[in-house]
Design a protein around this ligand. Sequence first.
Ligand code: DQA
Length: 143
Amino acid sequence: MSEVLLLNGPNLGILGRREPEIYGTDTLADIERAVGEEVAGRGWRVVARQHDCEGEMIRTIQDSYETVGAIVNPGALMIAGWSLRDALANYPRPWLEVHLSNVWARESFRHDSVLAPLAAGVIVGLGALGYRLAARALVSTVS
Ligand code: DQA
């Protein structure tokens, strides 16, 4: 069965309890379930991983070259995750960057992503819905 990688970075494992006024009340398990629902129609399965360390994220990407595509919320590694960027540059499939919050409406240090230029698309500020939309984008664009 084809697999989609859902990769979440630092501090996203505590979604639901993390600044809910910014990130909402959905847990990561809720989000993983939602993405699974979106891709099920294409017969895909979600492989969900969350890591607080950049190196673990890189290892996951290196181990996921057989997946059909990926949804990545890098958390604060968007700002200066250069090693993560290099890992994503070698990921052979389309991937989307998702941020729950509207990073451009927040502190200026969140306004640039070193990863976004490599992404097939970026979704910000739509909360957990953003992950569903990213999944739909993969479903309709991946051949
Ligand atoms: C985030 C935005 C980042 O700036 C922040 O560091 C996060 C979460 C988001 O989903 O809105 O950890 O990626």
